[in-house]
Design a protein around this ligand. Structure first.
Ligand SMILES: *[C@@H]1O[C@H](CO)[C@@H](O)[C@H](O)[C@H]1NC(C)=O
Ligand SMILES: *[C@@H]1O[C@H](CO)[C@@H](O)[C@H](O)[C@H]1NC(C)=O
Ligand SMILES: *[C@@H]1O[C@H](CO)[C@@H](O)[C@H](O)[C@H]1NC(C)=O
Ligand SMILES: *[C@@H]1O[C@H](CO)[C@@H](O)[C@H](O)[C@H]1NC(C)=O
Ligand SMILES: *[C@@H]1O[C@H](CO)[C@@H](O)[C@H](O)[C@H]1NC(C)=O
Ligand SMILES: *[C@@H]1O[C@H](CO)[C@@H](O)[C@H](O)[C@H]1NC(C)=O
Ligand SMILES: *[C@@H]1O[C@H](CO)[C@@H](O)[C@H](O)[C@H]1NC(C)=O
Length: 505
């Protein structure tokens, strides 16, 4: 399961209710007018302050303007901007060449790949060009790196490890007839591969272009300093743009204002179902539609799929109806606030009827934000996914219904934030129990007990990654449990071996 097949999500999302054109124009005009007025006002204040502070006691006024800045921060709700630590001096090394990379897949697959590519550049003493993001996938998000991540922070905060440039020097442009050497590195490679196979290529080519980046670095057997660098990129260097952060924090604030909440990554989206061939609970027409879509996309290699077989192997995302039963069995009641962290659910809002009946406090971002606020993100699946990522990280409990890249990266991030509760559903076990419950063999209480028992130890507690030699796809994914980065302040061995669920703060 790699590449475009799985990572990206369909996020055309709910189309807002049609608004008559004059109304749009009026709203736009109003917004524009307010913007202009507030800009003028802020500028006037600022210019006056600067002028006055130059004339009068600078110190006193510096204090005052600081307080004013604090005040505007609150009123514009741009908060949670922790002071970044001072920049370290750049690492002094002789660059062996330029590494250009084109990431493939959805936001979270690309995120992990960016961490890996920085690490490879560090290992080989290369100069990394800011990664290109996938624009040609099924969902065609045209966003560039700087539309999603704070590119300046990315470059600056890593400068003590690796040199990163925004673009290749002109002399290496295709325009000038330069052909970079293009290749996909071998999947799941360790540092020996990069040192022995890739590094010598830089004697011949000054620029190498990795044209695929998913899972190119092994989970295990990588030196500790490189594993820690993967984490540093993931948890510190990759920050979303201020626009995405502001809206993401706003969503979090709205949800937290109403109390604790559960984020449900309901991966019941059309691309997922078409790709996986999971049609349990779909009508005949829907199953046909999904099949047609699967045949239309050449990079989904598996074409003939028996849905029930896949489901019984635990390879299907839970349906919304199944998710409702499982959450109830886990003990969540109708007062639980649930945020749906997903793109467009296949079958739309009506497909959530069972979930909505069981959990009336269910919301999604379109219900919490003004359509105007979401407008600039609407046609950018990765930017919408970034909002869901932020909310999922901040939630009290995170429950993914499928273990894709989003589920795994959020799980790892939550472990890093002090082993926050992530319920890792055992789908193989669950479909067995669900079927027994639905045909009347297992009554509710027994069903509920068995669902809870099956997940007692699957709530994101500290554990060691499972290593399976030569089967990297089947072992635990580094980014879902970056154990090397989780135990700075306590003894790793004690923590991980005992399965002690004490959180690390
Ligand atoms: C970088 O390292 C080289 C060789 O070790 C040294 O000659 C040079 O002065 C160093 N540059 C800086 C800015 O420290
Ligand atoms: C990278 O640079 C460091 C310090 O300049 C040097 O010790 C190391 O051998 C270099 N590694 C490679 C692969 O060039
Ligand atoms: C990557 O480069 C190789 C070698 O040039 C080529 O065969 C392959 O089709 C390219 N893959 C992509 C996804 O562009
Ligand atoms: C988003 O894309 C759709 C279809 O391509 C288009 O009709 C719509 O105007 C776009 N919305 C925005 C906000 O750009
Ligand atoms: C995680 O949340 C569930 C549901 O509220 C709870 O039963 C469980 O004890 C929590 N687990 C941990 C390790 O916090
Ligand atoms: C319920 O399903 C299980 C397995 O799916 C089967 O073994 C059992 O006989 C069924 N029970 C009834 C009452 O249909
Ligand atoms: C869990 O950790 C706590 C605090 O470090 C310790 O007191 C306790 O003995 C540990 N429990 C087990 C079962 O190791």
């Amino acid at each position: 399961m790699e590449g475009r097949s799985e990572g990206v999500q369909l996020r055309s999302d709910k189309i807002p209710a049609p608004v008559p054109a004059p109304a749009i124009q009026r709203t736009r005009l109003q917004v524009w007018f307010i913007r202009v007025c507030s800009s003028i006002l802020i500028w006037t204040c600022f210019v006056q302050l600067v002028a006055v502070s130059e004339l009068w006691q600078p110190r006193l006024l510096a204090g005052l303007s600081n307080r004013l800045i604090g005040f505007t921060k609150v009123s514009f709700q741009v908060e949670e901007v922790p002071l970044s630590p001072p920049l370290l001096p750049p690492r002094n090394y002789t660059s062996n060449g330029f590494l250009k990379v084109s990431c493939n897949g959805g936001l979270n697959q690309m995120r992990a790949a960016i961490c890996d590519m920085v690490t490879v550049a560090r290992l080989l003493n290369l100069t990394l060009v800011v990664p290109e993001l996938d624009k040609t996938s099924f969902w065609a998000d045209p966003s560039d790196f700087e539309d999603i991540f704070d590119v300046k922070h990315f470059i600056d905060s890593l400068r003590d490890e690796v040199r990163i440039v925004r673009r290749l020097p002109k002399r290496f442009n295709r325009k000038y007839g330069y052909q970079p050497f293009e290749m996909p590195p071998v999947s799941w490679s360790n540092e020996k591969y990069y040192l022995k196979q890739i590094l010598p290529l830089f004697d011949k080519y000054k620029v190498i272009h990795f044209n695929r980046t998913d899972t190119r670095l092994a989970n295990n057997g990588i030196p500790l300093y490189l594993q820690k660098l993967r984490c540093r990129v993931n948890f510190q260097a990759l920050k979303f743009t201020p626009e995405i952060e502001a809206l993401g924090y706003k969503l979090v604030r709205i949800l937290q204002g109403k109390g604790p909440f559960l984020a449900l990554h309901l991966r019941y989206e059309m691309d997922m179902l078409a790709f996986s061939g999971c049609t349990h609970g779909c009508s005949k027409e829907e199953a046909e539609e999904l099949k047609r879509l699967r045949y239309a996309f050449p990079w989904w290699r598996e074409k003939e799929i028996v849905s029930e077989e896949k489901r019984s192997q635990g390879l299907c995302p839970l349906t919304p109806e199944e998710a409702a039963l499982v959450l109830q069995a886990l003990g969540f009641d109708k007062d639980t606030q649930i945020y749906i962290a997903s793109g467009e659910i296949y079958g739309g809002w009506r497909r959530l009827a069972a979930l909505r009946t069981a959990f009336p406090q269910i919301v999604k971002k379109e219900m919490l934000l003004d359509p105007e606020e979401l407008r600039q993100f609407q046609n950018h699946s990765s930017q919408m996914a970034a909002l869901d990522f932020m909310v999922s990280i901040a939630s009290n409990i995170f429950v993914p219904t499928y273990d894709g890249n989003m589920a795994r990266l959020v799980e790892g991030h939550r472990r890093y934030l002090g082993f926050k509760n992530t319920t890792q559903l055992d789908r193989r076990k669950l479909v067995e129990l669900l079927d027994l419950h639905q045909n009347g063999t297992l009554l509710w209480d027994e069903f509920s007990v068995r669902v809870r028992l099956a997940h007692e130890k699957k709530m994101g507690q500290p554990t060691r990654r499972i290593v399976i030699a030569d089967k990297p796809k089947e072992e635990d994914y580094f980014y879902a449990n970056p154990q090397e980065c989780l135990c700075e302040r306590t003894s790793c061995d004690d923590l991980l071996l005992s399965g002690n669920s004490t959180t690390i703060q």
